[in-house]
Design a protein around this ligand. Structure first.
Ligand SMILES: Nc1nc2c(ncn2[C@@H]2O[C@H](COP(=O)(O)OP(=O)(O)O)[C@@H](O)[C@H]2O)c(=O)[nH]1
Ligand SMILES: [Mg+2]
Length: 191
């Protein structure tokens, strides 16, 4: 029977595109894998180009959403195509390594490029590898990029301990529009 109702069966949930960006080695791929599999894999190989991951979860207000995660490679030459990859995203992450200040400073290059194509898309700043950084993190050190590029907030994370993993993906999922217009079958979303 034909109906105008949006489909709400198990195979059809709204799909959101989210991306992870930032210098190579800050821990993006390990973080995404920790979320998808629940396991910290210390033997991640360097990402060339882009990795994709898909996971269905619930928003804070209990709506189903499938996150289609674009995990971008960090090689320098990759910066030139990053605009093509972030276009059309519903939300994203810019990540740095808490033990490597240069990875925070260099995020400015990424943000300049990214904000040209998606000036208003919600972006979260991730400070990664908290387990290696110790307990004396001064979050004030990381406010400048938040203000300058209109980022949502800083989330401190560790893929080793799991700190900040749920909070990050909930924050991304919660960017799902109230009435999404992009219902897609799971199967299609994975292709
Ligand atoms: N101790 C620790 N090591 C991490 C963490 N996240 C990633 N790593 C390590 O950092 C290196 C780079 O990780 P990777 O996920 O490939 O970084 P990417 O280039 O940003 O995708 C790997 O050796 C990981 O095992 C973390 O939270 N804690
Ligand atoms: Mg990677």
């Amino acid at each position: 029977m034909l109906t105008d109702e949006p489909p709400h069966n198990l195979n059809q949930v709204p799909v959101m595109k989210v991306f992870f960006s930032g210098e190579g080695g800050v821990g993006k791929t390990t973080f995404v894998e920790r979320f998808v599999t629940g396991i910290f894999n210390p033997n991640m190989i360097m990402t060339i180009g882009v990795n994709h991951a898909v996971k269905t979860m619930k928003t804070t207000d209990e709506r189903d959403v499938t996150l289609q995660v674009w995990d971008l490679g960090g090689e320098d030459r990759f910066r030139f195509v990053v605009q093509n990859y972030v276009k059309g995203s519903n939300a994203g992450v810019v990540a740095f390594d808490l033990t490597r200040m240069s990875s925070y400073v260099n995020l400015e290059d990424w943000l300049e490029i990214i904000r040209e194509v998606i000036p208003n898309t919600p972006l979260f700043l991730l400070g990664m590898k908290k387990d290696l950084a110790g307990d004396s993190i001064d979050v004030d050190n990381y406010q400048e990029l938040i203000t300058k590029y209109n980022l949502e907030k800083l989330i401190i994370t560790s893929s080793r301990t799991g700190e900040g993993v749920e909070e990050t993906f909930k924050s991304l999922a919660d960017q799902l529009p109230p009435e999404p217009q992009f219902f897609v079958k799971h199967k299609e979303a994975q292709e």
